[in-house]
Write a protein that binds this ligand. Structure first.
Ligand SMILES: Cc1cc2nc3c(=O)[nH]c(=O)nc-3n(C[C@H](O)[C@H](O)[C@H](O)COP(=O)(O)OP(=O)(O)OC[C@H]3O[C@@H](n4cnc5c(N)ncnc54)[C@H](O)[C@@H]3O)c2cc1C
Length: 413
């Protein structure tokens, strides 16, 4: 048998990391990385932070230089979307008509922004942020904007709001829920973020919804809200979530449902096809339900795990990394370790008013995770506790005077 071929669909974080991990783990076969965008794989976190405010740190967005792929013998096909998987013939068909035979196929197709569904959503000046091209458009638009409306108080919307404030733009955030980041963080952390945005001059409209956008000469000018208020908006950014790119998998008869369904080893029902990153839904011991995670950690860790499984397939261990996330807004670095959604008790340690604290989240007395603002040690130690399965930390211990996670000895699982 000749050396095997791995084809990776999606030249983003997960795809690029898979190709790199295969080589660094010693895989000697052919690797083809297929991307639909006309760009080298790049780092998305910069796009809603440094890049938007013209910070030089944000200018070099490439994950790896072009020379890396050439040097590692990774064939990079950009600007050529994959359009069909022929599972029987084990071939991937590209829009250009090229056909790539594979022994293993990795689907790392990511996600696309959910569009606004209100009247006027198609007007010029209504943007979403997912790609480098989107970020270029938004950066240029922000420079000429007086009033920005951000729809959605999640990670992306709030980072865009913070960046826009740094550029002196007037910003309103409208969020249908009664708090920010409702899907991702506890009430104390959400409150802290709301205070930060308000203190920096963002107008926060919670429990409110956008109902229509109105324009002049095809360009957005006014936003109409549920309670009847009309506000000026020269630019609208929708941060209302994403939809995983599952069409390729679904057309090939693989099971999908808010993500491509995979087993604990990130395999689809077809043993030659894995799915990873934002497009994949997987079982995890760190949550009661299947997860689809949108984070660099998840994309990078799953890439390494799948590369190892392809390279040495005898008995790959299940994917088991502890999920973690981060965001940066106005100099506050929020790090989340674990899946804190579903908690029934929180204990806050530290000084929220001074911008240094951690919220420990529990369910039935068991630690689910920690949300830390500018307390990186709590974040790192929680990740270790969750990874080793040490569940001995109680809400009472955390609430006790003088509690400091750094002084805690790990307990056997
Ligand atoms: C603006 C922004 C800021 C973010 N900030 C953070 C952060 O601070 N921290 C954090 O942890 N995470 C952050 N994320 C999330 C993180 O970037 C994603 O979770 C990560 O990029 C997922 O990697 P992926 O490879 O699964 O998907 P992507 O990086 O989206 O890559 C998928 C690629 O596949 C391509 N593709 C899709 N279909 C096809 C096809 N048929 N053929 C070929 N190519 C295809 C897509 O166009 C895309 O290029 C941010 C995301 C965005 C958009």
């Amino acid at each position: 048998m000749g050396s095997p071929t791995v084809v990776v669909v999606g030249a983003g974080q997960a795809g690029s990391d898979t190709a790199a991990a295969l080589r660094s783990q010693g895989f000697a076969g052919r690797i083809v990385l297929v991307g639909d965008e006309d760009a080298l794989p790049y780092r998305k976190p910069l796009l809603s932070k440094e890049y938007l405010v013209g910070d030089p740190e944000g200018e070099d967005t490439a994950l790896r230089p072009a020379s890396f792929y050439a040097g590692q013998g990774i064939e990079l096909r950009t600007g050529d979307p994959a359009v069909r998987i022929d599972r029987e013939g084990r071939r991937l068909v590209l829009a250009s008509g090229e056909e790539l035979g594979y022994d293993h196929l990795v689907l790392a197709t990511g996600a696309r922004p959910r569009r606004l569904s209100v009247p006027g959503a198609e007007l010029d000046g209504v943007l979403a942020l997912r790609t480098l091209a989107d970020a270029r458009t938004l950066r240029t638009a922000l420079a000429g904007t007086g009033d920005l409306l951000v729809v959605g108080g999640g990670f992306i919307g709030l980072e865009v709001a913070a960046a826009a404030r740094a550029s002196g733009v007037r910003v309103t955030v409208v969020e249908t829920r009664d708090r920010l980041m409702g899907r991702s963080v506890s009430a104390p952390t959400a409150r802290y973020l709301a205070e930060q945005h308000t203190a920096h001059g963002v107008r926060l409209l919670l429990s409110e919804e956008l109902t229509a956008l109105h324009g002049e000469e095809g360009r957005v000018r006014v936003a109409e809200l549920g309670r009847g208020e009309r506000i000026r908006a020269d630019l609208v950014v929708a941060g209302v979530g994403v939809l995983p790119n599952t069409a390729l998998a679904a057309d090939a008869g693989l099971e999908v449902g808010d993500g491509i369904l995979v087993d604990p080893r990130l395999r689809t029902a077809d043993p030659r096809i894995h799915a990873i990153g934002d497009c994949a839904r997987f079982p995890s011991r760190h949550a009661p339900r299947h997860l689809r995670l949108e984070s660099v950690q998840n994309a990078a860790d799953q890439a390494r795990s799948v590369a190892a499984a392809i390279h040495a397939p005898a008995d790959p261990p299940p994917y088991d990394a502890v999920p973690w996330f981060w965001t940066r807004q106005y100099g506050a670095r929020l790090q989340i370790a674990g899946i804190t959604d579903g908690h029934d008790r929180t204990v806050t340690v530290g000084d929220p008013a001074g911008g240094r604290f951690s919220v420990f989240c529990f369910r039935d007395g068991l630690l689910l995770g920690t949300e830390s603002v500018n307390r990186p040690a709590d974040h790192m130690i929680t990740r270790r506790l969750l990874a080793t399965g040490d569940r001995s930390l109680t809400p009472e211990a955390v609430a006790a005077p003088g509690f400091d996670l750094k002084h805690r000895q790990p307990q056997p699982a």
